[in-house]
Design a protein around this ligand. Sequence first.
Ligand SMILES: Nc1ncnc2c1ncn2[C@@H]1O[C@H](COP(=O)(O)OP(=O)(O)O)[C@@H](O)[C@H]1O
Ligand SMILES: N[C@@H](CCOP(=O)(O)O)C(=O)O
Length: 313
Amino acid sequence: MGERSITVRVPGTSANLGAGFDTLGLACNIYNELDLTLREEPGLEFLVEGEGAGRIPEDARNIVWRSIRLLLERAKRGEEFRGARIHMKNHVPLSRGLGSSAAAIVAGLKAANVIIGNKYNRRELLQMATEIEGHPDNVAPAIFGGFTVSTTKGHHVESFSFLPKLRLRFVVAVPDFYLPTKKAREVLPETVPMADAIFNIGRASMLVAALMKGSEHFLKRSFDDALHQPYRAALIPGMFDVFRAARAAGALGTVLSGAGPCLIAFTLERAGKEEAIGAAMREAFHRHGVEAEIKHLALDTRGAHIVNHAEHA
Ligand SMILES: Nc1ncnc2c1ncn2[C@@H]1O[C@H](COP(=O)(O)OP(=O)(O)O)[C@@H](O)[C@H]1O
Ligand SMILES: N[C@@H](CCOP(=O)(O)O)C(=O)O
């Protein structure tokens, strides 16, 4: 069999979008690229460039490799490909709430799947990716692109991907510290009051309706959350002040991106307020002793895809 190679590109993602904890997500135009060679001979070779270089494990614990193994074993092709060269060029910041782990998992699954002849469709990849990640809200947009709504029943996952009727821009403040998702999930309560659940159901539903209808008026009223942000605020100095500063500079709304510490402000492309919102967010974080890099992002509508040679050049 020898060896087989493929290059895939996967977008970073922002999960929750405020009220849609573990349910809503979006893909944005920041990417990780995986150049994968699967080999018959055992042994792993890693090259990690960009975000996470020097921090990402370069051995069998690597989540890209674990995802590849899961897919190969499910497909009963594990014996055929026992080794690999994994070369990653990462632009998605690590452990900041922009879905770096989801991008890594989806990259491994997608690349291995292409190499074995596309045995699995995207819904089946979603299933495996969710099993590895533990929640579907990042892996779904990483696979499908656009905005996604996901539901789970036991191990079964359903995700609906759609494009909004508004041309949005995302201003993301990326603080200079890591916050592993595991740690940010540990501060959440096991049960929540019924009133908080109702608060979130209304807003999550309104957010989706406003995006699909193209209603700026209702979108602005959809960004609050009672299920995770209030508990996580203690881990992100100045979080609510940054929200207020972004609003004052003209953002439609601002939420915690995933489990944080990134904060993501929503604005309309035609409003032309991205620079002002970014500056306000950076200054508000600075007042709390946090230095943040500002990224100006847009929606990715494609999701994970193979990179052809023309794109690669
Ligand atoms: N490109 C990558 N290759 C391998 N592992 C990765 C990669 N990106 C992220 N990871 C793994 O995922 C972890 C970060 O996941 P997590 O804490 O959920 O943060 P995020 O919000 O960025 O997904 C890293 O510590 C690393 O182990
Ligand atoms: N719903 C999850 C999303 C985690 O996203 P990440 O990008 O921070 O990994 C959560 O809020 O825990």
